[in-house]
Design a protein around this ligand. Structure first.
Ligand code: MN
Ligand code: MN
Length: 469
């Protein structure tokens, strides 16, 4: 066989893996950069799960979605959402076809690793005031010292009044930080394992240093409480019923000389929230009912009434069945058994600096499109829902017919580690599920990196799934 023929044969038979930018025209690149600007803007207004839900509801409402509670009955084409305690949300566009044949779901999560304030956070030491924290999700603790942090969340008073807090983002706002030891005196610290260099109990936020002008003890603490009381009308006791989260006070931005990448906090998994939410806004009168999940608590195991393990999602789908006027015993279970889902969660992109933890043939590459994970889990796929080949073939068909750049990968080398998503929770209901999201570098760090190409392919891919599955 001639070399040229062999090259042709190779082209036909190989799964050619290619940088996604190569296939994009100037016009397409323009569309990608344009879409990324919207994403960056959304990210800079949405640092926490509560802010994600608030801003996502605004986007949904401006596109004709209404709370399902406003509807007595539903018909094809209706657009509804359910806001679950301001921390998770489900949206649906009712399909033309009988819902008994199943629904098409895409689900992402709005929570990201961070530092939460403890219930009794405030103390004074050596004339500094501090907030004690308890970290949320899987973090490398040393990454959270000596960076600017902002405080976001709510303080709820016993009369039900809810005070929203967001301080550290605006240009004129102060920021906060957790101090680290100077290298000159860090001999002992530097000898410790990276995991032990910073202790959880030492992640204390420095919040002030001016003493209250009176002869009392704990003057700096008193001064801080006085400021909080004047600004928010709260006392130390009100912090008992607060949810205050510390997140990096660093803006999400375009990255690189070519601006091809996005750097920002919380892209796991807000990038999949934004791409799936904006894709849903393009769905009008779908054949099958399209459902979008924005879950909470994924990073700590999906528990609680805003996490995916709760019954609230089932109740939402039951409400749709009720308001379509077709509900009957066991219909919900049947709907789930006929349904399909993309679990939209980020994937670990291969990082050339740390390539040794990845297996090149089965790693996701930043810039090669949306990444599918047939299974997650750790050591022998433990805990994974492991998508069925038949379903993967269908997702491939949809992506290939719509020219979506995709790659099928796993998280890292077999015995190196692993992870999980909400996929198994929905799969356990009988739904066909595969993980499908954007590859990320520096995942779970205060400043994660993604590719604008993958961002856009996720958006296009999710829309194609809802239109064609
Ligand atoms: Mn995630
Ligand atoms: Mn995560």
């Amino acid at each position: 066989m001639e070399k040229k023929e062999a090259e042709e044969l190779k082209k036909k038979l190989f799964n050619q893996k290619q940088n996604g930018w190569i296939s994009k025209s100037d016009e397409e690149k323009h569309a990608i950069f344009d879409y990324a600007n919207g994403y960056i803007n959304y990210m800079n207004q949405s640092k926490t799960e509560r802010e994600i839900i608030e801003n996502s509801q605004k986007i949904a409402e401006s596109n004709g979605f209404q709370s399902i509670e406003n509807y007595d009955s539903l018909k094809p084409g209706d657009k509804v959402f359910y806001n679950n305690r301001g921390k998770s949300m489900y949206l649906a566009v009712i399909g033309q076809e009988s819902i008994e044949n199943g629904v098409n779901i895409i689900g992402a999560h709005a929570d990201s690793p961070r530092l939460d304030l403890k219930p009794n956070p405030l103390y004074e030491d050596q004339e500094f005031a501090y907030f004690k924290t308890h970290y949320y999700g899987g973090i490398k603790k040393y990454q959270w010292t000596a960076i600017p942090l902002s405080i976001h969340g709510v303080i709820v008073k016993t009369n039900g009044e809810k005070i929203k807090v967001s301080i550290g983002e605006a240009q004129d706002d102060p920021i906060f930080t957790i101090t680290d030891l100077l290298p000159h005196l860090a001999q002992d610290q530097m000898k410790k394992k990276l995991a032990d260099g910073i202790e959880g109990e030492d992640l204390n936020l420095l919040i002030g240093s001016i003493p209250f002008n009176a002869d009392v003890s704990e003057k700096v603490k008193l001064n801080i409480l006085n400021i909080l009381n004047e600004k928010y009308g709260v006392t130390e006791r009100d912090l008992l019923s607060s949810e205050l989260e510390l997140v990096p006070a660093m803006p999400c931005k375009s990255m690189g000389f070519d601006s091809s990448l996005v750097a920002g906090y919380g892209q796991d998994d807000k990038i999949c929230v934004y791409t799936s939410l904006t894709a849903l806004m393009n769905i009008q009168n779908p054949t099958k009912t399209a459902i979008c999940i924005i879950a909470d608590k994924e990073e700590i195991g999906s528990m609680g009434n805003t996490g995916m393990e709760s019954q609230v999602f089932d109740t939402f789908v039951s409400e749709i069945l009720n308001k379509l006027g077709i509900n009957r015993p066991n219909l919900l279970e049947k709907v789930f058994c006929n349904s399909k889902m993309l679990s939209a969660d980020v994937d670990a992109g291969l990082d050339p600096i740390y390539a040794s933890v990845s297996e090149r043939n089965n790693a996701s590459f930043v810039g090669r499109g949306i990444g599918l994970n047939k299974y997650t889990g750790a050591r022998g796929k433990s805990g994974a829902s492991d998508a069925n080949a038949e379903f993967i073939a269908e997702v491939r068909r949809i992506f290939e017919e719509n020219n979506i750049r995709y790659q099928i990968a796993e998280l890292g080398k077999v015995d190196v580690g692993g992870g999980g998503t909400i996929a198994y929770i929905l799969a356990n209901k009988g739904i066909d599920v595969i993980d499908c999201g954007v590859p990320v570098l520096s995942m779970h760090s205060p400043y994660e990196v993604t590719s604008k190409l993958d961002l856009f392919e996720a958006y296009r891919g999710y829309e194609a799934f809802w239109k064609n599955a």
